[in-house]
Design a protein around this ligand. Sequence first.
Ligand SMILES: Cc1ncc(COP(=O)(O)O)c(C=O)c1O
Length: 422
Amino acid sequence: MTQNATVWLPYAQMQTIHTPLAVCKTQGSILTLTDGRELIDGVASWWTACHGYNHPKLIHAICHQANSLAHVMLGGLIHEGANQLATRLGENLPGDLKYVFYSESGSVAVEIAMKMALQFWINKGAPQRSQFVYFQHGYHGDTFFTMSVSDPQDGIHPPFEDMLPKHCLQKIPQTPEEFAAFESWLQEHHEKVAALLIEPLVQGAGGMKMYEAKTLEILWQICQRYDVLFIVDEIFTAFGRTGSLFAIDQANITPDIICLSKALSGGTLPLAATIANKKVYDAFLDQDYAKALMHGTTFMGNALACAAAIASLDLFTNEPRLAQVADIEGMLKSALMPLQNVAGVKTVRVKGAIGCVELAYPIIEDLNWFKLNFIEQGVWCRPFGNIVYTTPALTINSDELEKITATIVKLIKQWSATRYRK
Ligand SMILES: Cc1ncc(COP(=O)(O)O)c(C=O)c1O
């Protein structure tokens, strides 16, 4: 194949990057490379392919939709799929989270949530409420506003740091004393705070950090007391990943805004949704056009993506997806937890279909060793920072999952043996 241009890859130093693996086919949890090799996918394409690749129901829904309507702009037009998907999402979400604003990527979905929160307060005559509370290890995207609420310590956005608006970085409280300190901080500062933004139960790109549902509940209750909007970013956690359809299903909370993307379309097409409750939506209703939400993206609510998302929700109803997650969780625990005793392993965390081994220090110089050895063993995993993790398709079979976990165990033991040789 001749190549006269270069695909500029994400998070990659293009001068030193290894040639990316060329994939020509996907099926279930298998990536087939152009050279004929097959890899078991331990990442599900950045956590999107919840039903595995090429699920016939998703493919059928997309092809069927393509025959009648692939895309129309939502500026002044609407289509059945956009309406139907909004209804289905609203039915599955708690409270009155029923006002669905579409976009195409997770970062933009969060960006829109932040705009909604800011304009909510502007429309209510409180423009000074312009700050966001965000958390250590949080990650919300790569656009400018989302970079400003992603933990600067995680090292993804350093070149831009001085250009970003400043918001309120907090540690997720764990103890009664920390909750009390957080509350008294918010009591003092809430009049400049528009919203709190958090990934529920698991902070993904910040290192698969996990915390209790109770923590989320207490944070939500505190925000209720000070009239601070509560935004949950479920872009990673939604659609079964943490064991329930949405992570917030495990906590007794009703956020004001929720952001969805990634597995929303079953990992087939770019789609995102920022979903507000009635309180937020109503603040934009007025005779005055200036109070409308001034956002729109060309491909928002794409009809093919909506058809895939509806079919994906059907699969959560018609196939035992959440039971499969429970099985995956059990297998991940029994395979990975023993690694806690290996030298150089700081901790092992498992929740739903997320298994993560945190090492004692960042493995920058060992990352390529891990990646190449995973590939050699026929597994696709992508460690980062100081974690080696797997987030497989929720449909992965037990042999495939066992191969992934056995490879993680083998490589971590090998790594430990060379790094911690006496
Ligand atoms: C929690 C969370 N929010 C937002 C994003 C950004 O999504 P996207 O890459 O689609 O812009 C991600 C991506 O990993 C994420 O995990």
